[in-house]
Design a protein around this ligand. Sequence first.
Ligand code: NAP
Ligand code: ZN
Ligand code: ZN
Length: 348
Amino acid sequence: MIAAKGYAALKVHDQLAPWPFERRAVGAHDVQIEILYCGVCHSDLAQINDEWFPGIFPMVPGHEIVGRVVAVGDQVKGFKPGDLAGVGTLAGSCGKCSRCREGQEQYCAEGVVPTYNGLDKFRDNLPTYGGYSDTIVADESFAVHISEKLSLAAVAPLLCAGITTYSPLKHWKVGKGHKLAVLGLGGLGHMAVKFGLALGAEVTVLSTSPKKESDAKELGAHHFVVTTDPAQVAAVSDSFDFILDTVAAPHDFDLYLSLLKVDGVHICVGVPPEGIHVKAFSLLAGRKAIAGSATGGIKETQEMLDFCAAHNIVADIELIDIKDIHTAYERMLKGDVRYRFVIDMATL
Ligand code: NAP
Ligand code: ZN
Ligand code: ZN
């Protein structure tokens, strides 16, 4: 076993605190990564508070992990010590079902093993621990390569916020000629703006925060709509091909569906804990669709990272000390994230 240091919630709703624990020894197909940076996702907060389902505690959150490989198993082909590597939201899957074979491990028929807050059911059934930690051992088929060309701290959020927005935009073939609205300008939202623009779409940010308008414009968004202003919202009625919805709080789906054109698609990636409620007529009138998307497969995550290296895309980040994680969570809850907190693991 490998001694590791982390920050954990010992039980639900607990404040995170230093916690020593053990990682599995490096197996034949494993890489061990010294974690240098880990992004802070809204999902981390949701899971330490049991917003989705009862969690496994102690919980070490974090699934936007980047660092350097320090050891590899004797069967590892794709990595060597010294390589930059990343781990996102997935730690394992059955590897046999049609979805795994197609590179869509996130939809594994047997259910995936999440990077934290899960049981490693295809291995030893022990809990998985995430990236608020100094080191991680990952199966090489769940690790990705990172270009030396990009700022490493700003790459970390690509491992979740990046792939979670890239994957549905690619799936729905969003691009030139499309009007894309990004709902919520937070960690996922700001990546959706960057990818929407890189893919050639006309991008509008729909935000509850008037003060984010200048940031949205700096990101390159073509338009900005304050969703608490009914006149601004009415002005974009019946106008979008796609809405990419990144909001974690309750919001009015009927209202946002009315902003779609006929055949428009409202793509949910945010997880409002109380679920999605919509009137049938909001869909029928205009043959509209609500779709969902969860993270992305490993092959697509590598494709996204390569796309980012080619287009010079990284997240806009605020680097924090790990001791300040709760201040970061409080600001995240207020929508005050510009636009992803990343933990500098040297402060652990
Ligand atoms: P975040 O950084 O906190 O951003 C969420 C944004 O939503 C806020 O910045 C805010 O933007 C907006 N917002 C907040 N309250 C709102 C309200 N009441 N009405 C409308 N908009 C509101 O969170 P994140 O890390 O991007 O995560 C967003 C959601 O995606 C979370 O639910 C998270 O769990 C989920 N997620 C899903 C996946 C997946 O695989 N599908 C992966 C990662 C995360 P404005 O100030 O612009 O309104
Ligand atoms: Zn995440
Ligand atoms: Zn599978």
